[in-house]
Design a protein around this ligand. Structure first.
Ligand SMILES: [Zn+2]
Length: 312
């Protein structure tokens, strides 16, 4: 029996034992107790975990708080008749259990939002966050319409906004709406968000390219340092400029990328730059799913049966 089922069974026994000859109003009270317990997050692992899932060419990252709540950043690709939420993200979440507190979509390209509608319908997150930058194609529109139909609040974060879920503090660094109004390509309208757990930080950049990195360096230069960098745009040569790397100073760099992809991501130049900067590189096409684990002080990364420990 899973911990969740055990919790419900205990609650139901408690409720039934406390109400021996229930009248209708007490039936309602008993049901309320069960639902309340059902809604409580399962105890987590004692550490915060950030799971970069292997969704091929695309991004899908699931942060799991110590209390077992999830924050999802991007949901992988979609294709005719399926998507990465069905094949990868939802099975992963179900293996662990726990509610989805927030879905963050970095930008409206299908390798990031392809599974959004499926995930929204299956998990009903407490809120949906994205930059509100409209891209051609129906995927983004379908995701917003699904959220609206399900009553899931939609938020358009602005730089400086924070979202706190248990011990995880997310600070949105970009994009600024005045900045996105000048853009044609959604990549540079990517939601850039810093996740802070105690003294450790991980930076999520979506598919931000040189222009958005330059905006970040001009507007939030002192907020970019991170232990772990989710490398922008799958390691493309259009991202991860030397100036940006100098500001982030990542000890580890995670690249979500499909084996043999048509874009030839990641670029050898970006890999060289990350190595030169001293970053430990992990890529999903080589090691599969990657798990970052931290208690707010120490930080380790687990993939392909190996563990890497970040410097203090
Ligand atoms: Zn992408």
């Amino acid at each position: 029996m899973s911990a969740t089922l055990a919790g419900v069974a205990t609650a139901a026994i408690f409720a039934i034992g406390a109400v021996r000859t229930p009248r209708p109003a007490l039936y309602v009270a008993a049901v309320a107790v069960v639902l309340l317990v059902w809604d409580l997050p399962r105890p987590g692992s004692g550490a915060t975990e950030i799971h970069m899932l292997d969704v091929g060419q695309g991004d899908a990252v699931a942060l799991r708080t110590q209390r077992g709540r999830w924050i999802i950043v991007d949901v992988g690709r979609g294709w005719t008749g399926g998507d990465a939420a069905q094949t990868t993200v939802l099975p992963h979440l179900r293996r662990y259990g726990g509610r989805v507190a927030a879905l963050i979509l970095s930008h409206p390209h299908m390798d990031h939002i392809g599974g959004a509608t499926t995930l929204l319908e299956a998990t009903r997150p407490a809120a949906l966050y994205d930059a509100g930058f409209v891209a051609p194609g129906g995927g983004y529109r379908r995701a917003l319409e699904t959220a609206q139909r399900l009553g899931i609040p939609w938020r358009r974060p602005t730089p400086g906004d924070s979202l706190v879920v248990d011990e995880v503090v997310l600070t949105f660094l970009a994009p600024d709406s005045a900045w996105t109004s000048t853009l044609h390509d959604a990549n540079d309208a990517s939601v850039v968000v810093m996740a802070r757990i105690g003294a450790r930080r991980m930076l999520f950049t979506g598919d931000a390219e040189l222009a958005e990195e330059t905006w970040l360096l001009a507007n939030t230069p002192h907020a970019l340092r991170a232990d772990v960098l989710k490398v922008g745009h799958h390691g493309s040569r259009t991202s991860t400029s030397p100036a940006f790397l100098a500001a982030v100073q990542p000890a580890a760099a995670l690249i979500s990328v499909g084996a043999g992809n048509d874009y030839r991501h990641p670029s050898p130049g970006t890999l060289d730059a990350l190595s030169t900067a001293g970053a430990h590189i992990l890529r999903t096409d080589h090691v599969g799913p990657i798990v970052v684990r931290t208690d707010g002080r120490s930080l380790s990364i687990h993939a392909d049966g190996r563990t890497w420990h970040a410097p203090p």
